[in-house]
Design a protein around this ligand. Structure first.
Ligand SMILES: C[S@@+](CC[C@H](N)C(=O)[O-])C[C@H]1O[C@@H](n2cnc3c(N)ncnc32)[C@H](O)[C@@H]1O
Ligand code: SF4
Ligand code: SF4
Length: 340
């Protein structure tokens, strides 16, 4: 084992993770999203996804997993009623088989919360009455997501689901336009942070076809980290990263299951046209080379912040077409905290 492999082994989260896209069709068309929002493929084969999840779980020796189920938009008003029965069966199938396998899973729905019908609320409550806890994770983006009307619907539903304690978290993607809005003190974000107890989470951006507009530079990420640290100190992952405790790396090398079945790890989501823009060329079902290149280039082995660091996003770092600083921006952030 190389030094990099040893280091990475220590930082690996023992809890595995799945991202399951049942279909890509969506009622929104976020400017940073990689999906084909007109494509309903997969909506008729939800039971096959359930089998693929269980088969993948069987091959992994770990016992604990987060399974994030999403579209497109699963709960959009345009989705047929029948599909909600398929969602229910998907949950029942996964829990039944994972119990037999002796594994623990947490199933989360991921939704933009832009819908009028009450089917999502009923689904989660019905599952709850059967003994299955399946909360919703949602997302908020100051730029590139909402019209005034969809923003209003989002906040209306956010209030309902948050007050019903059915929301697991709310995430914001760190695209360049979002960072610019955050740095200007976005009012929606302040409302979410100050008036609701739903945990706020900032997520790294994965490159897609509009990366020239959306991909932030290291400098922008560093400025944003400082701002989040001061303005939203209880948000994740900042509150964990600035503490003195050991943290696993934020990347969980998640399994991706798309509308047509298992596709690999995060890089498999990237458009084929962009594959050449990555620094490491390797198999889509394996992130390990990308991870090793990162810790080697950043010289994590000699970094005094290694234990508490989340090691950033390997996919973003591996993407060549973005502006980088000479030093690791996370290290610069940690150093600056010590110099205050
Ligand atoms: C693809 S969406 C599907 C679920 C639902 N429609 C929603 O937006 O919450 C799942 C998550 O991916 C995030 N996302 C979309 N495009 C992204 C990108 N290029 N990089 C990182 N996250 C992205 C969204 O913000 C959302 O949190
Ligand atoms: S709401 Fe979700 S799936 Fe729909 S376009 Fe936005 S990020 Fe993509
Ligand atoms: S701060 Fe940078 S160099 Fe240090 S451990 Fe984290 S990613 Fe590696």
């Amino acid at each position: 084992m190389s030094l990099e492999q040893v280091l990475l082994e220590r930082k690996k989260n023992p809890q595995g993770e799945f991202f399951v896209n049942l279909f890509e069709w969506c009622n929104l068309s976020c400017s940073f999203c990689w999906q084909d929002h007109d494509d309903w493929s997969g909506i008729d084969s939800i039971s096959q996804r359930a089998e693929e999840i269980v088969e993948t779980l069987k091959k992994d020796p770990r016992t604990d997993f987060d399974i994030n189920i999403m579209g497109g938009e699963l709960f959009a008003d345009e989705v047929p009623d029948q599909t909600f029965l398929d969602y229910e069966m998907l949950v029942q199938y996964i829990f039944f088989h994972t119990k037999l396998l002796g594994k623990n899973v947490q199933i989360n729905w991921v939704s933009n919360l832009v819908f009028e019908k009450d089917r999502a609320l009923k689904l989660v409550q019905r599952l709850q009455s059967q003994g299955y806890n399946t909360p919703i994770a949602t997302s908020y983006d100051p730029r590139g997501r909402f019209t005034p009307k969809t923003r209003e619907t989002f906040f209306k539903n956010f209030k309902v689901f948050s007050q019903s304690k059915l929301l697991k978290n709310i995430s914001v993607v760190l695209t360049r336009p979002n960072i610019q809005a955050i740095l200007k003190g976005d009012s929606g974000l302040s409302e979410i942070y100050e008036n609701y107890s739903t945990p706020l989470f900032f997520d790294f951006y994965s490159p897609e076809k509009s990366h020239e507009i959306n991909s932030p530079s290291d400098r922008e990420l560093l400025d944003c980290l400082h701002y989040i640290y001061n303005k939203y100190p209880k948000s994740s992952p900042i509150k964990e990263l600035v503490g003195q405790n050991f943290n696993y790396m934020t990347c969980r090398s998640s399994y991706i299951i798309g509308p047509r079945g298992f596709t690999g790890k995060c890089k498999s989501l990237v458009s084929k046209d962009l594959i050449e823009s990555f620094k490491t060329q390797h198999k889509l079902e394996d992130n390990s080379r990308m991870e090793q290149e990162f810790v080697s280039k950043m010289q994590c082995s000699t970094c005094r912040h290694f234990d508490r660091c989340g090691l950033s996003c390997f996919l973003q770092h591996d993407f060549g077409a973005r502006s980088e600083l000479d030093e690791c921006f996370m290290r610069l952030f940690y150093d600056s905290l010590e110099n205050v």
